[in-house]
Design a protein around this ligand. Structure first.
Ligand SMILES: Nc1ncnc2c1ncn2[C@@H]1O[C@H](COP(=O)(O)OP(=O)(O)OP(=O)(O)O)[C@@H](O)[C@H]1O
Ligand SMILES: [Mg+2]
Length: 480
């Protein structure tokens, strides 16, 4: 994973030092500056993900820095530090594009949480609506939309493995985006300027396999009127994508294994073996491990492929992604069919959020396409949806958006939920690395114990019995 770089700007050395310590404890690289001018010099020489800046400083203040940052470094998230007296300016700074502000005094934990939120927001830069300029040096995730923590993990993981040459196995239900991810691995690798070749294992037959993979020499069999390059030749220096690998017959699995092992092939009808340099990416919606147990998938091939697995979660486990996907597909299809971007009725959104999407993103995409094609003004109604989706009007999501604007509001609510998830994880990890001692965990993250305990209760985290009794007795005492 790429390193996180934070610039802290404050004229008070104490504040700088404590921010530095808190952020470094998270493994972030921190640089401090005591004035706006010094900060600008650092910005020239380094690239930062987040800037934390005091609003009030002698000579130039944080507001001035914010303006420069928004103009010159729009990709950097800015967090303002404010004293009690500058709260109005803090609000003003949000209007000017600051990500958030921290009121003095703040705890290290608050700082860390806010920076994490800002980074999470940065992770959202996978949206296709951002131009390259807003996303310098980022990985290419063409049209893979997602801002759920599950998908952000996938993006991070893909960034890591793309740089290597290792075999990757992508595992996920049908329609979860396995092919998109396979392409992303290729596009972010050193092989990106060579071919990405898809082999659909479902359509391979014993007779086709060899000539498809290895190619053939002219006249080598009836119908071979001209020489044909096989996938192995075309993919040389590039990536070979073995799609639906779980659907390959047992017999063909053996043949494929041999090729993978040797990385050498002889075209049908040829005599000279040829070398090939390919990176393998395979995908499956089957449980290959189980297939190995039941004897339908070769164990040796399994271990050849199962080097680095990437699990793509089904859409029902990352419903936060539904609004952003819907927005993406609405734009895509209304531009394709040259229609205005439709609005969606409140009920439609509820249906989409409550439905289980067995066909995952592909099913959602098809649903939106159908609705967009038949759209004739007004708004999309439940009756524009397939029957099984129309039925799903529970109270589950409790959201009521109707337009794209409201869709954005809904996204914000879901984001807040994601922040709660992070907070809970934060508490849990502090606890588990301190043997579930509330006192020690609270101290380590720099929070008051009672506040920390409040979070434990908020998230219903179970403590070992003795700790719990101790703490509730303790809290009780504090109340008196
Ligand atoms: N995260 C995503 N963002 C945008 N579009 C997506 C996303 N995931 C999937 N899609 C779209 O959904 C469709 C299915 O994706 P893809 O073909 O990659 O899935 P798959 O896992 O290979 O499915 P299958 O197992 O059925 O082959 C494609 O049209 C793809 O563009
Ligand atoms: Mg596929």
């Amino acid at each position: 994973m790429a390193e996180v770089n934070v610039l802290v700007v404050d004229d008070e050395e104490v504040v700088l030092a404590s921010c530095e310590r808190a952020l470094q404890s998270q493994g972030y690289a921190v640089i401090s500056a005591q004035s706006v001018d010094q900060a600008l010099a650092e910005l020239e020489n380094n690239s930062f993900d987040v800037v934390v800046a005091d609003l009030v400083m002698p000579r130039k203040g944080g507001m001035e820095l914010l303006k420069i940052l928004r103009e010159t470094y729009p990709q950097i998230r800015v967090i303002m530090i404010t004293g009690y007296s500058s709260i109005n300016t803090a609000v003003e700074s949000i209007k000017l594009g600051a990500f958030d502000y921290l009121s003095k005094p703040f705890s290290p934990a608050e700082l860390v949480l806010t920076v994490k939120k800002a980074l999470e927001e940065k992770g959202r830069l996978v949206s296709p609506y951002l131009t390259d300029q807003e996303m310098p040096g980022q990985m290419i995730f063409d049209n893979i939309i997602g801002n759920s923590s599950r998908m952000i993990e996938v993006f991070k993981f893909v960034s890591k493995v793309a740089a290597t040459d290792t075999t990757v196995l992508i595992i996920g239900e049908s329609g979860t985006g396995k092919e998109l991810v396979a392409r992303a691995v290729h596009k972010n690798s050193r092989r990106k300027d060579n071919h990405f070749v898809v082999v659909d294992c479902l359509t391979l037959t014993p007779t086709l396999l060899e000539s498809e993979l290895f190619g053939h020499i002219k006249g080598s069999f009836t119908g071979a009127v001209s020489a044909k390059a096989g996938f192995f030749e075309v993919a040389n220096q590039g990536t070979l994508f073995l799609d639906e690998i779980g659907d390959l017959s047992f017999d063909l699995q053996g043949k494929l294994l041999r090729v993978i092992q040797e990385r050498k092939y002889t075209p049908v009808g040829g005599t000279e073996p040829r070398e090939t340099d390919i990176r393998l990416v395979a995908a499956t919606n089957k449980n290959l491990k189980k297939m190995v147990e039941t004897g339908t998938f070769r164990e040796d091939l399994f271990y050849r492929l199962y080097v680095v697995p990437i699990f793509l979660p089904p859409l029902r486990e990352r419903k936060e992604d539904i609004p952003i996907l819907v927005e993406h597909f609405l734009r895509k299809f209304s531009s394709r069919y040259q229609k205005p971007v439709p609005a969606m009725s409140e009920k439609v959104i509820k249906c989409l959020l409550n439905y289980a999407w067995p066909g995952n993103v592909r099913e959602l995409e098809n649903t939106i396409e159908r609705a967009a094609v038949s759209f004739e003004g007004g708004e999309i109604l439940p009756s524009d949806l397939p029957e099984q989706i129309q039925k799903e009007v529970g109270e589950g999501a409790g959201l009521a958006p109707g337009t794209l604007g409201e869709l954005k509001k809904m996204k914000k609510q879901l984001r807040e939920k994601a922040i709660e998830d992070i907070e809970k994880e934060f508490v849990l990890s502090a606890l588990s690395s301190h043997n579930f001692s509330v006192a020690e965990a609270a101290k380590a993250v720099g929070m008051q114990r009672t506040n920390f305990y409040r979070l434990i209760r908020k998230y219903n985290i179970k403590l070992p019995k003795s700790e719990e009794e101790l703490e509730s007795a303790d809290t009780h005492n504090h109340d008196h």
